[in-house]
Design a protein around this ligand. Structure first.
Ligand SMILES: *Cc1c(COP(=O)(O)O)cnc(C)c1O
Length: 452
């Protein structure tokens, strides 16, 4: 018997499997259906790439989130964060479930009105509100959340001019133990600036202070940060009750709850790292219930959760354009969707499944988009079974911020389909065409020679 040939051990850097103590699941289970509807059929009917949103998941997620808060606290109101996903059909689903609208610009405000939301159920946030925006918001009776002293002064002037007392809140920023602090928005708590703004509103008498607002960050992995935020807002509200005999009707804790997406470079998988709705709800309501509000004067708790309500409901379907070897031997797969429509690829290591049965053994690969730009990387490292040209993939949890932050760049935006409660597809935004792109362009007459 001859001796086995010696092979020297090698140490290889692990790039694409999960490098943490929970290990990874090696199975490559194809993801062939969304709510009972075939992925292949959707692509055949609506093209590739294609965004798909599940109405069933949207409603289930909303109900789970609302239940987590309303079973712990008697007065809860959600306001849908338009910038997270303002496709009309998505907004309508949240409004049907009972959400108000939370907007951060004039066009979002107008979109909420057009969606049929009453003015007094629109929360107008954000640092940029022109005098005309404020006048319009006041006329519709919107809840205006003031961001800075210049806005406070401008709104006071508008109120005097119109002879009304607008309902307002101030946005408060604070140290919640998560850094950096988002202190560019609103009035700072620790420095006394928030108190100064409150004092000014209460003594001027031009505005009716109905609430306090904060939005401490986004993708907050600490439920405890909300405990601290709630404590600080409650202290301000109790101070107002004590010193001005005025009780606020609401405290708005903003949004920022994390989803199960995995942040790029994170040690823990998103599913293991993200607090649940129950964790966030427990932190916030526990403080509110014990803060010392008089019986019957508990403020309504408003939440502007965006990401966590819509992320899971969104999918991006796409196809393989080509495979190639990079100079260092790595496999590269080029897909037909890029960072121009999947903006969150910059932040997340998105879970990506194949849409058809394929091999059991994976290989490290880089996933590129179709753009002729070096930044167009969908995943730096991923282990996937070899894919062939024409094979299809499904990107999971893309419902938040992609259908608003997408760019018209090199390629046009694709179709977006809603799967209703029965899994039946409805086109909710048609793919763009060249006509859409040039609609607002004009070419001066002296440059029209070739066009005529
Ligand atoms: C963006 C935003 C939200 C929603 O944040 P998510 O992180 O998506 O939950 C809520 N309130 C304000 C003021 C915002 O700017």
């Amino acid at each position: 018997m001859s001796k086995l040939r010696y092979e020297r051990p090698i140490i290889r850097m692990l790039n694409s499997t999960i490098t943490q103590k929970f290990g990874s699941s090696p199975g490559f289970k194809p993801f062939t259906h969304i709510d009972g509807m075939s992925v292949k059929e959707l692509i055949a009917d609506y093209g590739s790439p294609l965004f798909v949103v599940s109405e069933r998941t949207l409603r289930q997620t909303y109900k789970a989130a609302y239940r987590a808060f309303s079973t712990r606290y008697p007065k809860v109101q959600f306001a849908w964060s338009y910038k997270t996903n303002y496709l009309g059909a998505v907004c309508q689903i949240f409004h049907q479930e009972g959400s108000w609208a939370e907007v951060v610009s004039r066009f979002e405000f107008e979109k909420a009105l057009r969606n049929g939301v009453a003015g007094n159920k629109i929360i107008f946030n954000g640092p940029e509100k022109t005098e005309d925006d404020l006048r319009t918001a006041v006329q519709y009776g919107a809840l205006i959340h003031i961001d800075h002293f210049d806005e406070l002064n401008m709104l006071s002037m508008v109120a005097v001019e119109l002879g009304v007392k607008p309902k307002v809140a101030i946005r408060v920023n604070m140290d919640t133990g998560v850094y950096p602090i988002w202190d560019r928005f609103g009035f700072n708590y620790e420095s006394g600036q928030a108190m100064e703004a409150i004092q000014k509103i209460m003594t001027d008498g031009f505005l009716e202070l109905v609430g306090l607002h904060c939005h401490i960050g986004t993708f907050m992995l600490s439920a405890d940060a909300y405990r601290i935020a709630t404590e600080k807002l409650s202290k301000l509200a109790l101070h107002i009750a004590e010193h001005f005999g005025h009780s606020l009707s609401y405290l708005d804790l903003g949004g920022g709850f994390a989803t199960k997406n995995t942040l790029r470079g994170a040690y823990l998988n998103g599913a293991d790292a993200a607090p649940s709705f129950h964790d966030y709800a427990e932190a916030i309501t526990d403080v509110l219930l014990n803060a010392g509000f008089q019986a019957g004067q508990l403020p309504t708790l408003i939440l502007e959760t965006g990401r966590a309500l819509v992320d899971d409901a969104g999918y991006l379907l796409g196809s393989v354009i080509a495979n190639k070897r990079l100079s260092d031997g790595r496999r590269a797969t080029i897909l037909d969707f890029g960072v121009n429509i999947l903006f969150t690829a910059f932040w997340y290591e998105h879970t990506i499944s194949t849409a058809q049965a394929c091999g059991q053994y994976g290989e490290d690969a880089v996933l590129y988009g179709p753009l002729c730009m070096n930044i167009d990387v969908i995943r730096e490292h991923i282990k996937l079974p070899p894919l062939n040209r024409g094979d299809q993939v499904v990107v999971h949890r893309v419902g938040a911020y992609n259908m608003t932050q997408w760019m018209q760049f090199i390629t046009l935006r694709p179709n977006v389909v809603l799967l209703d409660m029965d899994g039946k597809p409805h086109l909710m935004r048609a793919a763009e065409t060249l006509d859409d792109l040039v609609l607002n362009e004009s070419i001066p007459e002296h440059l029209m020679e070739l066009v005529h």
